[in-house]
Design a protein around this ligand. Sequence first.
Ligand code: CA
Ligand code: CA
Ligand code: CA
Length: 506
Amino acid sequence: MQTAAAGLEPTWRREENPPTGPRCRFQRTFLRAVSIVFVLFPAFRFQVSYATATDFPDPTQTPIPVQKTAHTGKDDGTMAATINRRMDPVLVRGEWLGGIVGSPLRSLRLYRSRKGQLEPIRFQVDERTSEGDWIFPHGKKNNGDKSNGLLDARDVLLFMAKDAGERAHPDPAIPGTSSVLEIGIEDPVNAGRAWVYLAVFTARPPPLCPLPDYVRYNYETEEIFTDVSYTKFIITKKGLHTSFSDVEAILPSAGGDGRNHLDRMKTRIQIRFFFNLIPLTVTEEMLGQDVIAYITGPIRVIRRLEQFFKLPFGLHGLTSYTDLHLYERITIVPAEIHIPKGASKVVSSARTWYGADLSPNAIGSYFRNSENLEPLIIDGRMSEMERHFCPQADKWRVIYGPGGGATLFRSIFPPEYSDIVEVQERYVDDVTVKTPPERYPGTIGLLETEVVTKKMKSGRYHILMEVYFPPHYRPGDEADCLNVRDRPLRIRINGETHANQLTRAG
Ligand SMILES: [Ca+2]
Ligand SMILES: [Ca+2]
Ligand SMILES: [Ca+2]
């Protein structure tokens, strides 16, 4: 398994003692292929009772003095910020930042202009190695020693689009800086615009933005806090930090009810290999996971998981890696499936299904997806409409409560994927249907995605799983989520325009 997004994503992956021989070919090929479905787990952040400090007081933002410089040819007066993208993080590649490349990271500050005053906003720089992998400062297998403390062309700057402000006029000159770079963002949907200013200080820079991080991760307890959701991942008795959710909450501030709505993510795999002779059934409980490294920051957290299968035939120990990118309102799990040549000789057929089985707390919520737009009532009983559910593979699906606390899921598959597998969906909202292992017997609001392998075609396939948390969701609001990827913000720096690409699929 490999994180996707060529150019921006890790190339760092390794297998401990690469295996050889036919059995190991099985390990390298199909097990890695099926592990993708397990990766979906971490992406789920649901609803649970939890009281958190969600309403942080507005901090005292100390405006910094700005010296006016000569007229730059911009129109007189400031240009108002008209961006209304609430979900979107903005990812700026170091290589777009021109003369700022090479600056010490500690010398950087990011500002927005509001009512003619500059104020610091939250930002983060994630460094990468010369091989293109992320640099993880934390965790038991961190590579923090690779950091050079400088902004390199390969590093990325992150901030939230909603924090951008008006256009400063004239260009701000901040005392103690060697340069101030304007970064503009533009919404292709409605031509909304806004700006931020990246400053490089020559002396000791002023304090960072005092607001709390958008995503707050506690490795010791495996809790993730944002202003819209709360997640707690399971730590096993053996001390493994997994991506299986223990607690999942959409908080009342986002229209959630503060209760746990998830039983568990289920993944059930039936594999037949060696000419259909050997059948094998796998459940999610056979996957071992552990967080080995992580990045924290005001805008996002990246958790790197080492995964291994606990399988018969001595297959225990196959190791793969996957990263979870956690933003305030989006979780992205990029992955790569690599099917080497010859896989079809080992694996005859495979059928996988996966989906989120909800907890009894979810009763009273609604379900809809791109193929079934009429809301279905989650009540543990199959209605007539649910029996006639359109099984077409969907583009997105959303579960939302009466208050609008919502979780929207989408998967992005490469076009070649349809040559390899057939995807169908089945909706099961029936408490009498029990598919153990599970916490609460019975099936509630489960959209079962069934993937049947047509042929094992060798190649590398990039897949993205995304989970969005649109606050106070109403049917139709899914566009705000889909636009993040489908109609990305444009980033303007030094006269150049770039697409805001968080990760790349396909
Ligand atoms: Ca660097
Ligand atoms: Ca129902
Ligand atoms: Ca259940």
